[in-house]
Design a binder for this molecule. Structure first.
Ligand SMILES: [Zn+2]
Length: 164
């Protein structure tokens, strides 16, 4: 909470029991090779700021997330899992569709395609990590922004996610 509060003076509440969307939890840190202590908190803050439609906090948090390959990979992987749970597959829009490049820029789609290619063997995260690491900070930023937009957009549909 501290990082974003100091930057913008806002608090975005992750504890609102009445709001079904707030049941979302950040990605499971046990999946990571080297979990960072602040990663989960950052992603929860980012998700809450996006639910509250707060642009300054989202911009600030996406900048922080994009500096960290693991956190960015977690976020994009999370968005891919949610999308696949919702649709039963990853729609072409998030993988290939150039007409949707404003919503899902190429860095996000490259990571999503890696997820698509590898999730059946459970190696999606491990394969996404080096790809994410090879990207520039700006590319990671684009991927993270698309991922959070996707997660929040699907949350609005009220999908009941099994991982909370
Ligand atoms: Zn805010």
């Amino acid at each position: 909470m501290a990082a974003v509060f100091e930057a913008t003076g806002h608090r975005h509440d992750h504890g609102a029991e009445s709001d079904y969307r707030r049941r979302f939890a950040a990605p499971d840190s046990s999946r990571r090779d080297r979990p960072g202590p602040d990663d989960d908190a950052q992603l929860a803050e980012l998700y809450d700021a996006a639910l509250d439609n707060c642009r300054p906090c989202q911009e600030h948090l996406i900048d922080l997330v994009a500096q960290n390959t693991h956190t960015t990979t977690d976020l994009v992987n999370w968005a891919c899992v949610i999308t696949a749970e919702t649709y039963g597959y990853l729609p072409d829009a998030v993988l290939h569709d150039d007409d949707k490049a404003d919503l899902f820029p190429e860095p996000f789609r490259r990571l999503a395609r890696t997820y698509q290619d590898r999730f059946m063997t459970g190696t999606d995260y491990r394969a996404m990590l080096p790809l994410c690491s090879s990207m520039t900070c700006d590319q990671r930023r684009q991927a993270a922004a698309a991922a959070v937009g996707l997660a929040v957009g699907l949350g609005d549909f009220g999908v009941d996610f099994p991982f909370q």
